[in-house]
Write a protein of this length. Structure first.
Length: 365
């Protein structure tokens, strides 16, 4: 018996390389380096090697285990840890990561000792994060940030104060704006005045900051961005990118049932398998198709989008995706394979499950 092929996530490496080079070139014109964020595809080495080939200065992830996977796969590009590390993983951070984002003095002190334990001559770069209102990680008190910068510079010999950074949009939905970037540059200037030297990096955030590069409003001095979704999907809210491919990733699923059924459940309603109550629209008898994939594969059915016009995703359970195909009912049959575009959120799920196969295309674009 052969192994089931579907669902499958198809990755066009040629189109991805095109996106990386196009975006990195535009950033370089503005004096900005790019840390390629690989957590969206779970740091699969086959994809990460495209970033390395394109000359990304750093490969970045929030998970030290993903960075370890890259090292074990032979990736030589310097590795950046995006999430402030747990005390329990500092030994691994010291051994594997070259640079990390930081916001806790105690973590920094313990990391300094961990780096010394790995190699007395080794230095680990750190970027101190300033919280500019998005209220995730970062120093809220500016004097605490400056004091910590001084401590790293003068008292923690195995750490190198590489720069100041920020995170916007990810939690508090705070927009990345030129005003926020100028504020970040002011913080960096204050740190530089106290430590008496120029910092290597002023890290202006993630893909939510890319629009300022593209429309020419990024203040001079911001010289590092952490980019994931914008390069992988060739798109990001607020960015005009007519030079990228939007179909690097294709989700394919096989149809296992096609039948005419009522559009409103029949019987007394309760919660679904995930404990949620739903609202349904009675549209009469409709042609429905089931695809052999579900929420455990992609997370939320609203994050996958059929490419065939007339196909509508109306719901899902753990292992089934329910499609309304009334508009194309003569074109959908059992055994057909349907294609879907995916979101960044669904990509994280799809690349983390063994039930989804993966295939790579390498084309010149």
């Amino acid at each position: 018996m052969t192994e089931n092929r579907y669902p499958v996530l198809e990755i066009d490496l040629g189109k991805l390389e095109h996106n990386l080079r196009e975006i990195m070139t535009r950033c370089e014109v503005s004096g900005i380096q790019v840390a390629g964020v690989v957590k969206g595809f779970t740091a699969w080495p086959e994809i990460a090697r495209i970033y390395e080939r394109c000359g990304c200065p750093y490969l970045a992830s929030s998970r030290i285990g993903q960075l370890k996977r890259l090292r074990e796969a032979g990736i030589q590009t310097p590795l950046m840890l995006l999430r402030v590390p747990m005390l329990s993983e500092l030994d691994e951070v010291a051994e594997i990561a070259d640079i990390s984002l930081q916001s806790e003095p105690e973590v920094l002190r313990r990391l300094d000792a961990a780096v010394a334990g790995v190699c007395a001559a080794r230095r680990h770069k750190v970027i101190l994060m300033a919280d500019q209102g998005d209220l995730r990680e970062g120093f809220w008190n500016r004097q605490e940030l400056i004091g910590t910068a001084v401590e790293v510079e003068r008292n923690l010999p195995h750490l190198e104060l590489a720069g100041i950074g920020t995170n916007l949009t990810c939690f508090g939905s705070v927009k990345a704006t030129p005003e926020k970037m100028r504020e970040l540059l002011e913080i960096a200037a204050q740190v530089e005045a106290v430590v008496g030297r120029k910092l290597q990096y002023v890290c202006g955030g993630a893909s939510s900051s890319l629009h300022m590069v593209l429309d020419g409003t990024m203040p001079a001095g911001v010289n590092l961005l952490r980019l994931g979704e914008s390069m992988l999907l060739g798109d990001f809210l607020g960015c005009e990118m007519d030079f990228t491919y939007k179909d690097v990733f294709t989700l394919k699923a096989e149809v296992i049932e096609v039948k005419d059924k009522p559009s409103y459940p029949v019987g007394e309603l309760a919660a679904d398998a995930f404990g949620r109550t739903r609202q349904y629209e009675d549209r009469g008898i409709r042609r429905r198709a089931l695809a052999a994939m579900g929420l455990v594969d992609y997370g939320n059915y609203t994050d996958i989008h059929p490419r065939m016009e007339g196909v509508e995703v109306i719901g899902a359970s753990s292992d089934h995706t329910i499609l309304d195909v009334e508009a194309v009912k003569d074109r959908i049959h059992v055994g057909d394979v349907l294609e879907f575009d995916i979101s960044y959120a669904s990509m994280v799920y799809l690349t983390n499950t063994e039930s989804v196969q993966r295939e790579y295309l390498q084309e010149d674009c």
